[in-house]
Design a protein around this ligand. Sequence first.
Ligand code: ADP
Ligand code: ZN
Length: 516
Amino acid sequence: MSAATLLRDVFGFDGFRPGQQEIVEAVTDGKNTLAIMPTGGGKSLCFQLPALVRDGVTVVISPLIALMRDQVRGLKEAGVVAGALTSGNTEEETDEVWRNLENGTLKLLYIAPERLASNGAQRMLRQAGVSMIAVDEAHCVSQWGHDFRPDYLRIGDLRRDLDVPLAAFTATADAETRDEIVAKLFGDHPPEIFLHGFDRPNIHLAFAAKDGPRAQILNFANVRREQAGIVYCGTRAKTETLAKALRDAGHSACHYHGGMEADDRRHVERRFQQEDGLIVCATIAFGMGIDKPDIRWVAHADLPKSIESYYQEIGRAGRDGAPAETLTLFGPDDIRYRRQQIDEGLAPPERREADHGRLNALLGLAEALHCRRQNLLSYFGEDPAPCGHCDLCDKPADVFDGTTPVRMALSAALRTEERFGAGHLIDILQGNMTEKVAQRSHDQLPTFGVGKEYSRVQWQAIFRQMMGHDLMRPDAERHGALRMTQKARPILRDEATIDLRRDTIKSAKSGPKIKQ
Ligand code: ADP
Ligand code: ZN
């Protein structure tokens, strides 16, 4: 199977994250590699995927037993034959590993570093048909770091012994640690080094709640005349109507989607490559093959499906490093549509939940109160300072103290044992005597009707922001019942306050104005 197919079918991802593809290719090709990526950036995929493509078994050395067991469980759930040899194993688990190793079906074998000291393990590895070694948290080989693990020093010998390629991964990027990793793990077979942060500092980030979206896109394009840009649309029909609207406004624009004839699509691709200042209104079908360094802007007429997709799509702008701008529009319909897409998809429940999580992360970014880039990069594991190059750094969000409505909402959830979704909770807060409320006597709750001053749409915005702040999460196993997270407790206990964005609530069309 190809890497792209495995990525989708085994791991459930639509595309690579920045940096992953090059690393996966190098590792699959059997090159010695050292990849430095932020924590949470997606390192495991970079050895797990090549392990499936390559013949034989990949030995993975990782310092944390819990982490190994987690990964093995995940791989097994995805149908991959994987196992771990650690001190925490039951006898059956160890037997299973040996059996799969002997019958040649084992693809990934996780080993705790201290196991490398035993003669038995060394002999076993020599006979096992090991095709490569992957070393997670490779900085543990550095004697000067905090995480030094003496057993990591044996890995260099193991590599020499087995004479197989080695792929090392770490989030620690300083030059000294890097040099030490290279010297101790690779000896005289220096690796190819991949060093990636996720930041694309030349791209300006901005979001806006939908408020006459066609005019919003036209205004954005009008001040960027003659600049090549992409407008990503949620539907094929919209690519056509928006392209026409742009042409009517005097732009050079065309549409692109997967329903077009291959020839027509190629024609658009060629025009985009060659012409200056063409705007393409497209579905996500447009992107994979484009290799145009000077795309000056990317707009989303509709909310992307996840934070990963968002990052990938805006990342097509400004590859030449020159300034580029982005604008992403979102509204309640987008959120409903994206949720529905996930719920009605064919993915198994746990993957659906992960997809909701990736959508929630994007919603959190959309409703962020402070620097977008900080929010975005922290999702990918980085921890940067405020960027000074996003809409929220340009002009801070207009916020109000939302502690009271948030506390009302949390209390409504708690008093109904966290068993209901936003719809029913809003009915309780607004004091709506629905059938469901009556059946469960929820009109008897002290929270019944306490939130009348906010309209339904405003409450939805408040709930959305609460999810964006990770105060509540939908529980996939209970049909999206909202559960409180640890972060919500101080607010309930009166130990913390929370700001909400005024604009997203104000832009909700119906209902009274928020109290100042
Ligand atoms: P690291 O080891 O770099 O800290 P992980 O390998 O644990 O990070 O990955 C972090 C998270 O990113 C995981 O939840 C993983 O499922 C997710 N992830 C990795 N690669 C992708 C991808 N290509 N698309 C979407 N999510 C991804
Ligand atoms: Zn910023």
